[in-house]
Ligand binder design. Structure first.
Ligand SMILES: Cc1cc2nc3c(=O)[nH]c(=O)nc-3n(C[C@H](O)[C@H](O)[C@H](O)COP(=O)(O)O)c2cc1C
Length: 374
C-alpha cells in the first residue's frame, strides 16, 4: 500500500475512489459543519508534557474494559450504510477488528444483518441500537443477544436525523436519486461503479429481516424515523431487557452521565456523532476530564480521533477506550479489508511511539498530568 502513512492518506485515497455523493455522506456534518474542524482542533488544544529518563524499552498497549482485555485501547465505532462504500464493508471491518483483538460495533443501519456479521469472525461484537420503534428495538436486541453480541450500545443523540445539507444537495438516500450529475459521478469513478453494478444497491439488512406484520412498525421502518419520545424511563426499560453490558452513546453532560450510571448503565460514550447531528455542539474531549473524574463507570469517547496520539490523549484525560469512526471508513473505502488492517497497524504504531516519548510503559500510567490545555 504505497503512499499511506496515516489516516489522512486513507481519506485522500477514499475521496479519489468514491463518487462525490458517497464521499460527502461519510464526510458531511450538520449545518455549517463547524463541528468537524472543531473536533480535530479540540484534540490539538491538548498538548503533551512528557516525562524524561524513564525506562520505556518495553511497552504494553493492552487495554482493559470491565473484565475484558483488548490488544489496543480502541474499537471500531458504529457507522450505518457501510455497503455504500464497498460491498461487504461491515464484514471487512468486523474481521479486521477480530484479527486485531479490538471490539467492533455494528450499526442498526448496517448493510449486512446482525446474524451475517455474527458469523464474520469471532471477535468481541457490540450492537448499536437506534430506536425507531420500541417493538423493533426489542426484537433487534433479542436477535443481537441470540447472535452472541456481548454489548448493547444505545445511541441517544439522534431524536431526529441531522440536517446534512451535502446529502440533500446530492440526493443521497434510499432509493438513490439518479440525476445527470449522479450518473456522471458514477461514470467518473468506475472502480466503485463496477462494484455497485455487480452487487446492486446496498440495503439496510436489519430492517428487512424483522419479519413484523404490525402496520405501525412497518410504517416506522419505511420512514426510518427515530422514536423521539425515547426518554429516561425507556432507558430503564431497556436496562431491564438487555442482560449484557449496556453503553449509552452521545452523552456530553455530567448530569446525564451520572444519571446513566444511576440507572445501571455499564459505560457512557462521549460523542457528538462526529459533528453530524447538531452543529456547534461541544467536542467530547473538551468535557472528558470533568466527566471521567466523577464517574465510577468507564467513559469511552469518539469524534475527532485521527491519530494514535489522539487516543493516548483521551486515555490521559480519563477515557477507557476510543472509537475510530471516519478513519475506518476511509480505510475500507480506499483499500478494502487490507486497508483496515493497515490503519489499525498505523494507529498501534502511533500509540506506541506516543507512549515511549511520554516516558510511559503501560496504558495504566497515562494520567492528566501528562497533558496541558493550551
Ligand atoms: C458515515 C457515518 C455513519 C454513521 N452512522 C452511525 C450509526 O449508524 N450509529 C451511530 O451510533 N453512530 C453513527 N455514526 C457516528 C460514529 O459512530 C461516530 O460517533 C463518529 O463517526 C465519530 O466522529 P469521527 O468519525 O469524526 O471521529 C456515523 C458516522 C459516520 C461518519
Amino acid at each position: 500500500m504505497t503512499g499511506i502513512f496515516n489516516a489522512h492518506d486513507f481519506q485522500r485515497k477514499a475521496r479519489q475512489r468514491l463518487p462525490r455523493m458517497i464521499y460527502d455522506f461519510i464526510e458531511g456534518g450538520a449545518g455549517d459543519e463547524s463541528g468537524l474542524d472543531a473536533n480535530l482542533a479540540a484534540f490539538r488544544a491538548w498538548q503533551f508534557l512528557p516525562h524524561r529518563l524513564r525506562d520505556v524499552s518495553r511497552r504494553d498497549l493492552t487495554a482493559q474494559l470491565w473484565d475484558r482485555s483488548y490488544s489496543l485501547p480502541i474499537y471500531i465505532a458504529p457507522t450505518g450504510f457501510n455497503g455504500a462504500l464497498r460491498p461487504g464493508a461491515d464484514a471487512m471491518l468486523a474481521r479486521a477488528a477480530a484479527r486485531a483483538s479490538i471490539p467492533f460495533a455494528l450499526s442498526t443501519a448496517s448493510s449486512e444483518s446482525i446474524e451475517e456479521i455474527a458469523r464474520a469472525g469471532d471477535g468481541d461484537k457490540w450492537f448499536q441500537l437506534y430506536v425507531l420503534h420500541r417493538e423493533i428495538s426489542a426484537a433487534m436486541c433479542c436477535r443481537a443477544r441470540d447472535a452472541g453480541y456481548s454489548t448493547l450500545m444505545l445511541t441517544v443523540d439522534v431524536p431526529l436525523n441531522g440536517y446534512r445539507e451535502r446529502d440533500m444537495r446530492n440526493g443521497f438516500g434510499l432509493p438513490p436519486r439518479y440525476t445527470p450529475r449522479s450518473i456522471w459521478d458514477g461514470i467518473t469513478h468506475p472502480g466503485w461503479s463496477l462494484d455497485y453494478l455487480r452487487h446492486g444497491v446496498p440495503k439496510l439488512k436489519n430492517f428487512e429481516t424483522t419479519g413484523t406484520q404490525n402496520a405501525e412498525v412497518q410504517a416506522a421502518l419505511m420512514k426510518r424515523r427515530m422514536d423521539a419520545s425515547f426518554d429516561w424511563d425507556a432507558l430503564a426499560g431497556l436496562r431491564d431487557l438487555w442482560p449484557g453490558k449496556l453503553m449509552v452513546k452521545g452523552i456530553l453532560r455530567k448530569d446525564d452521565a451520572r444519571r446513566c450510571a444511576d440507572l445501571g448503565v455499564d459505560a457512557v460514550i462521549l460523542s457528538n456523532h462526529g459533528g453530524r447531528q447538531l452543529d456547534d455542539t461541544v467536542s467530547p474531549v473538551a468535557v472528558l476530564p470533568e466527566i471521567a473524574a466523577e464517574l465510577k463507570i468507564p467513559v469511552l469517547i469518539d469524534s475527532g480521533i485521527r491519530r494514535g496520539a489522539d487516543v493516548v490523549k483521551s486515555l490521559c484525560l480519563g477515557a477507557g477506550l476510543a472509537g475510530i469512526g471516519r478513519p475506518a471508513l476511509y480505510a475500507v473505502a480506499a483499500e478494502g479489508e487490507a486497508g483496515i488492517d493497515r490503519l489499525i497497524a498505523i494507529l498501534r504504531d502511533e500509540m506506541d511511539r506516543a507512549l515511549a516519548m511520554l516516558g510511559v510503559a503501560a496504558l495504566s500510567e497515562l494520567e492528566a498530568s501528562l497533558m496541558r490545555c493550551v
